[in-house]
Ligand binder design. Structure first.
Ligand SMILES: NC(=O)c1ccc[n+]([C@@H]2O[C@H](COP(=O)([O-])OP(=O)(O)OC[C@H]3O[C@@H](n4cnc5c(N)ncnc54)[C@H](O)[C@@H]3O)[C@@H](O)[C@H]2O)c1
Length: 256
């Protein structure tokens, strides 16, 4: 049985999920770092431990319904509770409606939409039993604004936003809070691999262009997203549910 708050962070092996895991560990929480790649999850765990925190790595494909349920049930059995779920695992996709083949749409749906459903459904019963819990979903500016060439990705992040509202509504009387955060461009391996794949000869130039898309003139940092999620998972945020938090350098409201 764990006396610390037990928090699951999906996609915790890289980028934003890595920073969220470190931030939650700094709030004395026990972190279960879930990722497709056990190796990268373990790297995050090692860093948390080197900073004096407690964590463990779990390999899981969140798009697998049955496996997600079994894995999260095992976590609840082992630790006696699940206090926090951060649904952060996600994949990108570039292309307009016409440039998005069916298998690409299905792949993005399976990870970004069904992954959130799988993980949230697998924890909510445990949280109901406790009559407490926090779920934070990783949305995006693409949840609410038209972004060029991001048809499948926008479809998935719009669903993340509305699943957030739905979960918040249905479980408000069970002591469960559910919110989402909606970053603009954040400098992570996600961005680096996008640039290397799509603009191999203009990486620096395109990095600059992407930075300037945010009115504030730069990309966000994973650490900044981690700090917001840490707050939303804390007891200080106990009056906040059913809300979406843009963290976007002014992208949505002051872009012109
Ligand atoms: N980086 C950005 O600019 C940005 C902006 C807005 C929203 N987001 C969202 O933030 C989240 C994290 O993005 P990032 O930039 O840190 O990406 P990243 O690629 O650096 O990290 C994503 C992590 O998720 C893991 N993952 C992918 N599919 C998985 C699956 N099926 N099961 C388990 N783990 C899986 C990957 O292995 C990786 O470790 C994503 O949901 C992304 O859509 C990112």
């Amino acid at each position: 049985m764990n006396t610390q708050k037990v928090s699951i962070v999906t996609g915790g092996g890289s980028g934003i999920g890595h920073a969220i895991s470190i931030a939650l560990a700094s709030a004395e929480q026990y972190i279960i770092v879930v990722d497709l790649s056990l190796e990268s999850a373990q790297t995050t765990v090692d860093e948390i431990k080197s900073l004096g925190g407690n964590a463990e790595a779990v390999a899981l494909d969140v798009s697998n319904h049955q496996l997600t349920k079994e894995t999260f049930d095992n976590i609840a059995d082992k630790h006696g509770r699940i206090d926090v779920l951060v649904n952060n695992a996600g994949i990108g996709s570039v292309g307009t409606l016409e440039q998005t083949p069916e298998d690409e749409l299905d792949k993005v749906y399976r990870v970004n939409v069904k992954g959130v459903y799988n993980c949230a459904q697998a924890v909510v019963g445990h949280m109901k039993k406790q009559q407490s819990g926090v779920i934070v979903n990783m949305a995006s500016i693409a949840s609410s604004v038209g972004i060029p060439d991001r048809f499948a990705y926008s479809m998935s992040k719009g669903a993340v936003l509305t699943m957030t509202y739905s979960i918040a509504k249905d479980y408000v009387n069970d002591g469960i809070r559910c919110n989402s955060v909606a970053p603009a461009r954040v400098h992570t391996p996600f961005v680096d691999s996008y640039l290397e794949k799509n603009y191999p000869d203009q990486v620096d130039e395109m990095f600059e262009t992407l930075s300037k898309t945010q009115p504030i003139g730069r990309m966000g940092t994973p650490k900044e997203i981690g700090a917001l999620v840490k707050y939303l998972c804390s007891d200080e945020a106990s009056f906040i549910t059913g809300s979406n938090f843009p963290i976007d350098g002014g992208f949505v409201t002051i872009n012109n």
